[in-house]
Design a protein around this ligand. Structure first.
Ligand SMILES: Nc1nc2c(ncn2[C@@H]2O[C@H](COP(=O)(O)OP(=O)(O)O)[C@@H](O)[C@H]2O)c(=O)[nH]1
Ligand SMILES: [Mg+2]
Length: 382
């Protein structure tokens, strides 16, 4: 995209106004909230699903307590400290004494949520059907998730003639049989302990289609990078965003004083790169989670990060130096960006936009490639 394309996209002729608008849009990305309600019987796997969605394990700080004896009787909201605009609500099941079926939706204030996820670890029951029908009446979006699929697979994996696809197909049919009254909805098969497998990607893609553009972005930004396919999805979203920081960083550039050449506002670029790095799961905390989940040393994952740019970003944020970085000095992000812009000032806004856009595209590609290597080093998708 070039400058005129970016201006067109914003619907703004005046470059100065466009820069301000681009900044505003960048900031507003995080102001849209997405409220996801998760309900189902006690023990169905609601809390584990919420933790997985937030990229947490069940034993992490701030994770939702899980376990057979851990009955959710209160509505609890969970969020990610870095993405607090995504709110996951752990709702008690419809059948618990506190929430009678017919009053359930009213009592949980159903208008609060963008969508409901109805979870079961077995067949869907009468309560699930009653709830879904109530939501249909109220034109509320809901999705059925059949969880703990890993258990189902494990229990039959030793059998002769084991065929995973066939097992999944049988579970799906079994679920559908009980949901006929709701009009044969799609059932998503999931393991909260391995979102990279089964239907999690499909669930995210289905939610995407049903959400508004801004909520869709919030969703994709929030989900953990659990597979190469999810990484590709995130890449598309981030790529489509580059024109915004490229434009917004021109604040200084586009209000030149006579005799003063144009400069680029690096703080905007850095903020964008840090956002990408976090969304792609390259941050320290995500890498540690991934290493635990895949049972690989975190140093092995960290040493898969090779590009100077990603290393600079990681280093800017790291609370302690990474093993892979102790051997060679890492350039600071600031210096690195300076070296990417061969000239520090530009004669016109079109040039400045083009240069910034190119630098950001390259940086995003570097980070994507690094994360791909990290996933491979972790053994994801094998
Ligand atoms: N194997 C496996 N166990 C799960 C999964 N989801 C939940 N569990 C287990 O099922 C039990 C109940 O889960 P929990 O999330 O506490 O259910 P909740 O009462 O609906 O919140 C816990 O012991 C979890 O560890 C899953 O996807 N796979
Ligand atoms: Mg629970």
């Amino acid at each position: 995209m070039d400058l005129s394309g970016a201006l067109q996209r914003l619907g703004e002729d005046d470059p100065n106004a466009a820069v301000a608008k681009a900044k505003e849009q960048l900031e507003s990305l995080d102001s849209v909230t997405l409220n996801i309600a998760v309900t189902g019987e006690t023990g169905a796997g609601k809390s584990a699903f919420i933790n997985a969605f937030r990229g947490l394990g069940d034993d992490d700080d701030n994770s939702a307590p899980t376990g057979i004896t851990e009955t959710t009787t209160q509505i609890t909201m969970y969020t990610d400290p870095m993405k607090s605009n995504i709110q996951l609500w752990d709702l008690p099941g419809i059948g618990t004494p506190k929430f009678k079926a017919n009053k359930f939706l009213k009592e949980v204030k159903f208008e609060t949520y963008d969508l409901f996820i109805i979870i079961s670890s077995e067949r869907f029951k009468e309560n699930d059907v009653i709830l879904a029908k109530e939501m249909q009446k109220k034109k509320k979006s809901f999705y059925f998730v059949r969880t703990k699929i890993d258990n189902d697979i494990r229990s039959v994996a030793q059998k002769r003639n084991f065929n995973e696809q066939q097992v999944l197909c049988t579970i799906r049919e079994d679920c559908n049989r009980n949901l006929k009254e709701v009009g044969n909805p799609k059932v998503f098969l999931i393991s909260s302990y391995d979102l990279g497998k089964y239907d999690f990607q499909d669930l995210v893609e289905t939610l995407e289609l049903d959400l508004s553009e801004r909520k869709r972005f919030a969703l994709v930004q929030a989900v953990p990078v659990c597979s190469l396919a999810m990484l590709e999805k995130k890449k598309e979203y981030m790529k489509n965003l580059i024109w915004l920081p490229a434009l917004a960083s021109g604040l200084v550039a586009l209000v030149p004083y006579p005799g003063l050449s144009l400069v680029i506002d690096k703080t905007v670029l850095m903020a964008f790169l840090l956002r990408c790095h976090y969304n792609l799961g390259l941050n320290e905390k995500s890498l540690i989670k991934l290493s635990e989940r895949m049972d690989k040393p975190v140093s092995q994952l960290q040493s898969a990060i090779k590009s100077p740019l990603t290393l600079a970003v990681v280093n800017t944020l790291a609370t302690r130096p990474c093993a892979s970085m102790t051997t060679k000095p890492v350039k600071s992000l600031d210096d690195l960006l300076d070296s990417k812009f061969l000239v520090n000032s530009f004669l016109n806004a079109t040039q400045a936009f083009k240069a910034t856009y190119t630098v950001l595209s390259g940086a995003l590609n570097d980070m994507i490639n690094d994360m791909r290597q990290v996933l491979q080093a972790a053994g994801v998708d094998e």
